[in-house]
Design a protein around this ligand. Structure first.
Ligand code: AMP
Length: 190
């Protein structure tokens, strides 16, 4: 089973992906985390992308596409991936489709966490003290929310058309959201 989870920054994608990993024995592929690791390790790629990430814009489709192909082509992750933060625009959604076919896999369910901007602002200001992410400042968080909103509509339509999309109320508590997600995944398994 492969799963896509998306939602605005601060929607709880990371937290919920972790719980899905535990409950369903999958592997979490967070493009944001992979990119932050590159910056932390001061790699060539890290140097190229740090200013893009720090100002809340999107890294190029080619960079993230190459990252996810490394996982899709790896047999130990075959049909065991949860895509957290990818795809973020229509080009990426189509690229994911292409790569899935190339490696003989498919997406079973797409989860969209819906959260208001007010909740995002509150959660990000709480997370800022815990995780110390440079892109969690109030200003940049709002920019990231806008970047998300500006790009995500065609992705939603794309997955709605393929009947894979399930919308989850991301305003609820962590455990309520997690139960709802587990229920959706279980019912999808048939
Ligand atoms: P996240 O941890 O998912 O909030 O991602 C943090 C940042 O990493 C984003 O604001 C983007 O700059 C970058 N990023 C993560 N995933 C992608 C993606 N799929 N496409 C482009 N940029 C991404």
């Amino acid at each position: 089973m492969n799963i896509v989870i998306f939602g605005p920054p601060g929607a709880g994608k990371g937290t919920q992906s972790n719980l899905i990993v535990k409950n369903f024995n999958l592997y979490q592929l967070s493009t944001g985390e992979l990119l932050r690791k590159e910056i932390k390790n001061d790699t060539k790629l890290g140097k190229e992308i740090s200013s893009i990430i720090n100002n809340g814009s999107l890294v190029s489709n080619k960079v993230v596409g190459d990252l996810i192909e490394q996982y899709l082509s790896n047999k130990s992750y075959k049909n065991r991936l949860i895509f957290d933060g990818y795809p973020r625009n229509l080009i990426q959604a189509k690229n994911l489709d292409y790569l899935l076919k190339k490696y003989d896999q498919n997406i079973n369910i797409v989860l969209k966490l819906s959260v208001s901007l007010d909740t995002i602002k509150k959660r990000i200001s709480e997370r800022k003290d815990l995780e110390k992410r440079v892109d969690d400042s109030r200003e940049i968080a709002i920019k990231r929310f806008e970047t998300y909103e500006n790009n995500i509509k065609p992705v939603i339509d794309f997955y709605e058309n393929s009947n894979l999309l399930k919308v989850v109320n991301g305003e609820a508590s962590i455990s309520e959201i997690s139960s709802e997600i587990s229920r959706l995944i279980e019912s999808n398994k048939g």
